[in-house]
Each structure stands twice: as structure tokens, then as C-alpha cells.
Design a protein around this ligand. Sequence first.
Ligand SMILES: [Zn+2]
Length: 311
Amino acid sequence: MNDLEQQIDFLLFCQKQDWKLARENYASLANVQTRYFQEDYRTTVLQFNPERIRSSAAKIDKASLQARPCFFCHRPEEQKGVTYNDAFEILVNPYPIFKDHLTVPLRWHERQQIKPYYGDLLDIVSDLSGYVLFYNGPKCGASAPDHMHFQAGRKEEFPVVRNWLNFRKRAVWERGRTSLYASVGLLPVCFILVSGDRSEAVAAFGLLYDRMPMGPEDYEPMMNVAVWKEEEVWITCIFPRRELRSSCYYAEGDANILISPATVEMAGLFVVPLEKDFKKVTFADLEKVWEEVSITEDEKNELIRKIREEA
Ligand SMILES: [Zn+2]
């Protein structure tokens, strides 16, 4: 265990003990219930977590955001952190999905955007090798789209870490110690960047990012990203998105399922805050959510074509 991992373990230990909000919310994680789906050569997990009602139904429109103080800039006195580098610090998330749930905000107030900080993301995950670091785009599940941040949880919490080797995929681009793959006939649509070289990984990420489809109102292509390290290799899963939420979120009556997909859902862990949803949801429902929020097969093929043509 390196110095940073020790500091983070100690931070988690102290915050779960000394900070009432964190203590209560981590304690209530013990009441979380879980269902498992074994389909498609992989495991998908459904978690019933009533505490997450706050973020599943979070308002992130401009007026709502302006009406509340930024929770990274205006922190409770009890919240402590560990400084990582000139740009980032590491905090304990007081509204956890997992037993060790971190947030990694930028040290100044700036809107959510990954591209300038993808290199930092690789560095952080190198120093926290037991964790998956992840990024929710401003319209893809981020509850603070106005303040750049990553989140992190232990690797074992993310089904994709075990599942990705079984994914049907094809190579899109290769250079040196870096390969970019695209999922084939699989939901959610996923690009997987495997690299043993930091600067090659940054270049390959930019290659994909710059060619992803983007809405006229947006400043960044919609996406979720999860990164972790295996031995000396970084694995980055990029999930290109076209919708914030799927139709079941807005449906009336029985068809309604309160799921607001972010990186953890794209990575195979669905969190539902309502018991009725936990009981009734099928794997087909989850696949439908993935399908509706992912880019289409046509968009994926167009993206692959552009990367191959322009690279
Ligand atoms: Zn802020």
C-alpha cells in the first residue's frame, strides 16, 4: 500500500466515524439489497438503495443549479480531504453507493469536462490501484455538472472490471502499447482503450473524444467513463451517450422505473431507490435502458469509420 492509499484509508476511517452525515449514510448501506442477473456471459447487479432518491431525481437544470451553492466549493466543516496534486483533491462522498465511495473534485470551480483532465485521471488511478475512477458527463448523471469532478469506488464494486474481457469487441485503432476496441452487438455501446503508455493513452482518448457525436447545445460529447489499472496497463471504458434518461423514467403507472443511468449503471451496477422497481425489474428492462441512452449502432459505426479514416 502506498502513501496515498494509506491516507485515503485513514480519511475514510475518520470521516465515517466523526462526520454524522457520513456515519449515518455509510451505516445505512448495510440495508442495501442486491439482485444478480447472469446473462450474456456477464453479471449485472441491481442494488436497492433508498438513500439514492436524492441523486436519482436530482434537478440539474440551470435554474436549479444557480439556486443552490456548489457543494464542492461550500463544504460542511466536518468534511476533510486529501490534496492529490495542483488540480485535484480527494474527499469522502457522504451519499455513498459503495462502502468506500470517494469524490475527486477540481480545486477550483469549473464546469464538468474530462478532456483536459484525462491525464490526471490516469495518474490518480495509478496511485489508487485498488479503485475504479469514473466520470459522469454534465448531462450523463453528474449531480454537480457545474464543478469538475471524478468519483471512485473499489474495483470489486464494478461488474465491468470482471466482465470486459468477455465482451464481443473488435480493434478500431492500434499504436505502440495502445489499442482501442469497440463493442460488437453488445449493450451498452462501449469503447475500451487499453494502454501501457500514458501519452499514447491521452492521444487515443482525444482521437475518440474529438469525433464523438455532440448536440448543438453541448460543449462536450455525452459520455460516461470508467478507468482502472491492471498490472502496468490502464483500462478505460468509454460509454458514448445520446440521452440523459430512458423512457421508463418518464413513463406513467406500471411502466415507470426510477433509474437515472450514470457510469455505475453503464458499468453493470444499477441503483434503484424504490422497492417496487427493485422487485419487478428484469434484465430486458436494464438492456432497454442501456439501448435508449447509448449512441445507436449507426452512430457507433460512423465513429469507428472516422477514427480509422482520420487517424
Ligand atoms: Zn464549485
